[in-house]
Design a protein. Structure first.
Length: 203
């Protein structure tokens, strides 16, 4: 179940994280990848409006997304040049436009996830859970209370994995370590599926 990030602590996290992400980012808390997280994301308004206008079906199949990634966006491709495994009628409604000769991919990712923040009392467990988001976005762990000792060890290990560290202190959220920028080596169907799942849960 997703919920808008209204609790004071999550608002503080979002405010602290805005220096790391777009000012247009929205926040939502939900259970995903086996953990509770705050996700800061931006809707692609153009794609959102396009999908609503054509009544597009959900894109929740990784094999379908893999086939879509093999097509250029908004560029007609001769049907006869497609690999045999790509069957145009198999695409969900709204993903492509086609006739007997040409197929044109219209679907793109409906949103971008800027940052995932995972709360934790046990920092090692928090790093492990935050690490699950590595293929999809920047990530950080939120320590629910300042560590009594060993912060340097926490920051060293977190930095090795590129995970940011936020600390919930008495006067607010402090960024002890900035999350590493998200630079995917390539676009994957799994990463696209991740944002499609989130997009489907926003409605």
């Amino acid at each position: 179940m997703a919920s808008v990030a209204n609790p004071a602590a999550w608002r503080s996290v979002r405010e602290a994280a805005l220096s790391q992400v777009s000012s247009e980012s929205e926040g939502i808390t939900l259970s995903v990848l086996g953990t509770r997280a705050l996700l800061l994301y931006r809707i692609d308004e153009g794609e959102h409006r396009r999908r609503e206008a054509v009544g597009a079906e959900r894109l929740d199949s990784i094999p379908v997304l893999e086939r879509l990634l093999g097509l250029p966006v908004d560029l007609p491709v001769p049907v006869g040049s497609l690999p045999q495994r790509v069957e145009v009628p198999g695409f969900p409604h709204g993903a492509v436009e086609s006739d007997t000769e040409l197929v044109t991919r219209r679907a793109v990712r409906p949103l971008a996830v800027d940052l995932a923040v995972v709360p934790a009392t046990d920092w090692r467990r928090g790093l492990e859970r935050a690490g699950r988001f590595a293929p999809f976005c920047r990530r950080a762990v939120l320590l629910r209370r300042p560590p009594c000792a060993g912060l340097d060890e926490i920051l060293t290990e977190a930095a090795f994995y590129g995970i940011g560290v936020f600390v919930h202190e008495r006067d607010g959220i402090r960024i002890a370590l900035q999350p590493e920028a998200y630079r995917p080596l390539r676009h994957t169907a799994a990463a696209w599926h991740f944002v499609e799942e989130l997009y489907g849960r926003l409605g």
